[in-house]
Design a protein around this ligand. Structure first.
Ligand code: IPE
Ligand code: IPE
Ligand code: MG
Length: 249
């Protein structure tokens, strides 16, 4: 089915966030080690990035490593960090050719030094690109991010930089690692799990959720288009009733 043909280009989410899940199960189903699935997952990242660019999606956020993922077996964690370093180093030229800007969210200070350096380099080299921003959520925990923002704001109140009465949505947004990035209109999770796993808790207040049983290494451009098409069939009411929402806007 050609989903792209059916997409309404006047109603593309400007930000799509993805919980890339199912790499381990995908590998194990084929009798391989879990890391084999993570390696294959990189191909899906390329595909989805390509698809997002075709749709002119401005921001694509990928949940690549959660704070909780540190508790996995050491071999898997080391393999994932190594994969990250190699992939970023390999892809930076191509990101530039395609006009893609790399960004990160999460507590990146907690990543191994090699990984931090590779990221710093790629972020600087792609900073001028304006087509699509690829945002990697690394050592990410939404609760950490919310607590961190709270501490930043508390410190400013304590120093007299701001008054308590000026704490609002906008100030809170600015104190999150997603500062400057609009909230995702669409959140996709692969692999049949129906949970949020500590991802973007503040930012998904009004996101549309799309769950698919497809495992991440099998998730391709067409799957992204299918998700966007499904998103376009939703009525986003934001607390209003249906009659108040003009379909023409
Ligand atoms: C997602 O796949 C990738 C990461 C969390 C890094 P998983 O590794 O969680 O795969 P499953 O869920 O065990 O199949
Ligand atoms: C969420 O996937 C984290 C990433 C995709 C990086 P997990 O596989 O770690 O989530 P849980 O543990 O099943 O909730
Ligand atoms: Mg998983």
């Amino acid at each position: 089915m050609d989903f792209l043909q059916k997409i309404d280009f006047s109603n593309i989410p400007q930000h799509i966030a993805v919980i890339m899940d199912g790499n381990g199960r995908w590998a194990q189903q084929q009798g391989h080690e879990r890391l084999y699935g993570h390696n294959y997952g990189v191909e899906s990242v390329r595909e989805v990035l390509k698809g997002a660019k075709e749709l002119k999606v401005k921001y694509l956020t990928l949940y690549a490593f959660s704070t909780e993922n540190w508790s996995r077996p050491k071999e898997e964690v080391d393999g994932l960090m190594d994969l990250m370093v190699r992939t970023i180093a390999n892809e930076v030229d191509e990101l530039n050719e395609k006009g893609i800007r790399l960004m990160t969210i999460g507590d990146t200070e907690g990543l191994p030094e090699g990984c931090r350096n590779e990221l710093k380099n790629a972020i600087a080299k792609t900073a001028h690109n304006t087509e699509t921003s690829l945002i990697l959520a690394l050592n990410y925990s939404a609760r950490w991010e919310i607590l961190n923002a709270t501490k930043i704001i508390a410190e400013k109140v304590k120093n007299g930089e701001i008054d308590e009465s000026s704490i609002d949505d906008s100030l809170f947004n600015k104190s999150l690692t997603t500062n400057g990035i609009p909230d995702p209109e669409l959140l996709i999770r692969t692999s049949g799990e129906h949970r949020v796993s500590n991802f973007l808790l503040w930012q998904i207040a009004y996101s549309e959720f799309y769950f698919t049983d497809v495992l991440w290494p099998d998730f391709k451009k067409e799957d992204l288009f299918k998700a966007v098409l499904n998103y376009q069939s939703r009525e986003r009411r934001f607390g209003l009733i249906s009659d108040q929402i003009s379909k023409d806007v």
